[in-house]
Ligand binder design. Structure first.
Ligand SMILES: Nc1ncnc2c1ncn2[C@@H]1O[C@H](COP(=O)(O)OP(=O)(O)OP(=O)(O)O)[C@@H](O)[C@H]1O
Length: 324
């Protein structure tokens, strides 16, 4: 079979293409059959830092494990850099590096040996190996000969990233890269992810930290109950949220929201009047006038922008705050 990708329009520009991808885990004695992916379509452009978000059990790991060749899809198509994971398995596998969530490593190897072994597994010729360069980039050069069991949790996590990079894959998937790591290490990992991206690697990350997706990702897909419920640029996603919050500190202490403002979505919190409004429907000036008309003078005021967390909750939770 040809090494060249089969023809389809997105191939030249897509790092990952999932077309009507379905996965149903078979029933076992303990559990009924479970459809984790209900035929998802997703194109991840080359050169992006892409966030795959979703609540627990949404299907993120299933999608990643299918790409990694750890889980068999039930139907549909998955391509990595244009290579079909089923028909061009070798090329597809060579195009992707996956940093798993779990730190499960052979503790008797040194970081240097672990990388050399991994390079051997991928068939990287000795002359093309970049073992020291990678260890250096991840701040592990001085630990090259330490036993893995002597490394700190953060160092082990960096070693996992290093292992995923030995074959120089154009696509890197990081599954919850900073879960449970301290802030300093998180920043270091973010810097390194950005550096890899700047060098041309397509980076895909799953994360529970919406702040992480907001800081790093240029495009975001949200998966919920095995379906893609959003897939757009971070900016578009954020601008879709038309809910705004106006926080007013009145000059005089209030004991209740004035009756004349009862038609607004207003509440009193720590002496501040919190008004939630719809951008486009209400204006800050209009609301300030309403507040003044209610006989209040305004001491201070600020508006809060929605963040990714608001968008996420809106898309994955019902308006009553219960998981949809
Ligand atoms: N091997 C399996 N056998 C049966 N069901 C499974 C299996 N793996 C996952 N599932 C189910 O498939 C659904 C999707 O799980 P998946 O692990 O893909 O979600 P996730 O989005 O990665 O969640 P998390 O953020 O918790 O890792 C869940 O309902 C899960 O219980």
């Amino acid at each position: 079979m040809s090494d060249k990708p089969q023809h389809a329009p997105a191939h030249d520009t897509a790092a990952i293409e999932l077309i009507d991808l379905k996965k149903t885990y078979k029933a076992s004695r303990k559990a009924p059959a479970k459809t984790a992916l209900h035929g998802i379509d997703l194109t991840i452009p080359r050169g992006s830092i892409f966030g795959l978000l979703g609540p627990n059990g949404a299907g993120k790991s299933t999608a990643i494990n299918i790409l990694a060749g750890l889980v068999n899809k039930s139907s549909g198509t998955a391509r990595i850099m244009g290579y079909d994971i089923e028909r061009q398995t070798r090329q597809a596998r060579a195009s992707i590096g996956i940093v798993p969530q779990e730190i499960a490593m052979d503790v008797f190897f040194t970081p240097y040996d672990a990388l050399e072994l991994q390079a051997g597994y991928y068939g990287v010729p000795k002359s093309e190996r970049r073992t020291m360069e990678i260890l250096d980039a991840l701040g592990l050069a001085d630990k090259r000969d330490a036993y893995v069991r002597q490394l700190s949790g953060g160092m082990k996590r960096r070693l996992l990233i290093a292992k995923a990079l030995v074959h120089n894959p154009p696509v890197l998937i990081l599954d919850e890269p900073t879960a449970g790591v301290d802030i300093e290490l998180r920043r270091q990992l973010w810097d390194y992810v950005q550096e890899l991206h700047a060098r041309g690697t397509t980076v895909i990350l799953t994360t529970h930290y919406l702040e992480e997706a907001e800081a790093l990702c240029d495009q975001i897909a949200i998966i919920h109950h095995g379906r893609i419920v959003a897939n757009e640029s971070k900016d578009t996603l954020l601008s879709r949220m038309d809910r705004r919050i106006l926080v007013i500190t009145p000059a005089e202490a209030l004991s209740a929201v004035p009756d004349s403002l009862s038609d607004l979505d207003a509440a009193l919190e720590d002496g501040n009047l919190i008004i939630t409004y719809q951008k486009g429907k209400d204006s800050v000036t209009g609301l300030m006038n309403r507040v003044k008309d209610a006989g209040l003078s305004i001491d201070d005021l600020r508006t809060d922008q929605p963040d990714l967390e608001d968008v996420f909750l809106q898309l994955t939770y019902g308006s009553d705050g219960v998981a949809a």
